[in-house]
Design a protein around this ligand. Structure first.
Ligand code: PEP
Ligand code: MN
Length: 286
């Protein structure tokens, strides 16, 4: 495929493409921003497990200089017997923990009926299993909050951008694309992190593109190198799982950083800034 072919593909996206909008979309959330030279880090546990766990996590996220706090309360698990999440009451815990540290919060929504519970959540995450849940996308298009749209685990980049079109066409211009690894034949890593997706998506679309190396690899020790690689590839941010005590985590402990590892990663990202030219820390931490 040559550059001309790529330009033709870019014409397939009436709203998400670079043709209708040349300039990068910048999505500002609290004191952070994604896109247009801004780089933001979302950190926190896979799942909100208790008020104490999420408030400790929020303290680590804030002191390390990351911009947003994450935590799932509805966990779409492959096996119905796995931990399914704390549910609606976890949203209040997440929001309180975030507010106490001045951090906007991100959480995954798995059904349109949950929208009222997410009123105080700053960014609504659509998980890999729901990227092509068009009824959910249409419902979220009417929400005022930005949407973090994760790539389906077997989705092409074309399909990811078509899903983004659903949100944009329905009236929500604030869509953050997330590469989180795709299914390949390898069995050692949980997924294969497709970092070529970053510059390619940014060529085709004006939307910010972030990377989730936690689900993208499934292996804690790979999260730091792949985070740096994502930043070097031009990503506009990262989604990182960090648990105060990963060994005790109710989900995804094996890919979750501990607080020290999270701080080391933030420090390494700050050093990379001289290469990428993107801001990685909160403005008031400089
Ligand atoms: C998550 O972010 O915790 C999650 C479930 O991600 P994904 O949808 O990418 O598997
Ligand atoms: Mn997870």
């Amino acid at each position: 495929m040559n550059e001309n072919d790529l330009r033709q593909i870019a014409d397939c996206y009436p709203l998400a493409g670079r043709k209708p909008q040349q300039a990068d979309t910048v999505i500002r959330i609290g004191r952070t921003a994604f896109g247009g030279g801004h780089f933001a880090v979302i950190g926190g546990p896979c799942a909100v497990e208790s008020a104490t766990q999420i408030s400790v996590a929020a303290g680590v996220v804030r002191s390390a200089g990351a911009g947003l706090l994450r935590g799932g309360v509805y966990k779409p698990r492959t096996l119905p017997y796995s931990y399914q999440g704390i549910g609606e009451k976890g949203i209040a815990m997440l929001v309180a923990a975030g507010r106490s540290q001045g951090l906007p919060v991100v959480s995954e929504i798995t059904a349109a009926e949950q929208i009222p519970f997410f009123a105080a959540v700053d960014v609504l995450q659509v998980g890999t299993r729901n990227m092509q849940n068009y009824a959910l996308l249409q419902a979220l298009a009417a929400c005022r909050q930005p949407i973090l749209l994760k790539r389906g685990l077997s989705a092409t980049l074309q399909e990811l951008l078509f899903s983004a079109e659903y949100l944009l066409a329905g009236g929500n211009p604030n869509v953050i694309l997330c590469e989180r690894g795709i299914r390949t034949y390898d069995t050692i890593t949980r997924n294969t992190l497709d970092l070529a997706a970053v510059p390619l998506l940014k060529k085709l679309s004006h939307l910010p593109v972030i990377v989730d190396p936690s689900h993208g690899t499934g292996i804690r020790s790979l999260v730091l190198p792949m985070s740096l690689a994502a930043a070097a590839a031009g990503a506009d941010g990262l989604l990182l799982e960090m648990h105060p005590d990963p060994e005790q985590a109710l989900s995804d402990g094996e890919q979750s950083l501990n607080p020290d590892e999270f701080r080391q990663l933030m420090a390494a990202l700050t050093q990379l800034r001289s290469v990428t030219g993107k801001q990685t820390r909160l403005a008031d931490d400089q």
